[in-house]
Design a protein around this ligand. Structure first.
Ligand code: ZN
Length: 123
């Protein structure tokens, strides 16, 4: 892959990382012992019964969102590490280079289209 494309992908990933961290910061606390772990805050709406129910509902929605965002952030960070190490853009299954168009569309891809297809069919 040429340096220009790689740089473009890196910029996209950095922007995505900032965005994900921002989204997480809105309703979670970062675990002080593990900076990659976020904990959803329990919302404080009020003490009435319906307010308590709303708190539980919001919390449960936030937990799901927290896991989704956390997983996405981990993917982005791992991908940035691969760029730093120079192992980015290589399929983790067959070791072939992943098509640049695929990477531009989905920068966190770590498998080539052929392997992805094969795995999806097996699953
Ligand atoms: Zn492959």
């Amino acid at each position: 892959m040429d340096k220009k494309t790689l740089k473009e992908i890196e910029t996209k990933l950095e922007a995505e990382k900032v965005q994900l961290e921002g989204q997480l910061a809105a309703f979670t606390h970062r675990n002080p012992k593990n900076k990659d772990d976020f904990n959803a805050e329990f919302p404080q709406i009020g003490d009435k019964e319906d307010e308590n129910a709303a708190e539980v509902e919001t919390y449960s929605t936030n937990l799901t969102l927290e896991r989704t965002l956390e997983a996405a952030l981990r993917d982005v960070k791992k991908t940035l590490e691969r760029i730093t190490k120079g192992t980015y853009g290589v399929c983790k299954y067959c070791g072939k280079e992943i098509d640049a168009k695929r990477l531009l569309a989905r920068p966190t891809s770590s498998a080539c289209i052929e392997c992805k297809k094969r795995l999806t069919q097996e699953a």
